[in-house]
Design a protein around this ligand. Structure first.
Ligand code: RB5
Length: 148
């Protein structure tokens, strides 16, 4: 699986840890930065990861900032991107089963490193359930297109 990743300065340490983990899992990683703890702006990186997912250059995206909130708000501005802020494995599983989330947002200042890795694993391993949830995801698409 090809995964696009990105963070701001606050999410940089966790982004690096997640990158290492994704590579260990055999994923191909597209790292859009940032590259240090120097202060920067989360929308820059959210945009790059969201575009990679939107264009199909990556199957999934993972974004990390201090809380995960700014990344999630920004990524969800992009058509076809369904970004989910997950604080635990349950949310990660549900975001896949019910929402077919294609971008995972995490908060480096909110959760510990090992919990974050468990969340990433649960999120990568859980399929979309489809069925009645497919209709709901389709409604999101229709809203994006301005049809409803
Ligand atoms: C940076 O201080 C912080 O605002 C950012 O990482 C993020 O938490 C925003 O949502």
């Amino acid at each position: 699986m090809k995964v696009a990743i990105g963070s701001d300065h606050a999410g940089f340490p966790l982004k690096e840890r997640i990158k290492e983990h994704l590579l260990e899992r055999g994923c191909e990683v597209l790292d859009f930065g940032t590259t240090s703890k120097e202060s920067t702006h989360y929308p820059i990186f959210a945009k790059e990861v969201a575009l990679a997912v939107q264009r199909g250059e990556a199957e999934r995206g993972v974004l990390v900032c201090g809380t995960g909130i700014g990344m999630c708000i920004t990524a969800n501005k992009f058509r076809g991107v369904r970004a989910a802020l997950c604080l635990n494995e349950y949310m990660a599983r549900m975001s896949r089963l019910h929402n077919d989330a294609n971008v995972l947002c995490l908060g480096d200042r909110v959760i510990g490193e090992e919990l974050a890795i468990s969340i990433v694993d649960a999120w990568l391993e859980t399929p979309f359930e489809g069925g009645r949830h497919a209709k709901r995801v389709e409604l999101i698409r229709e809203i994006e297109e301005g049809h409803i």
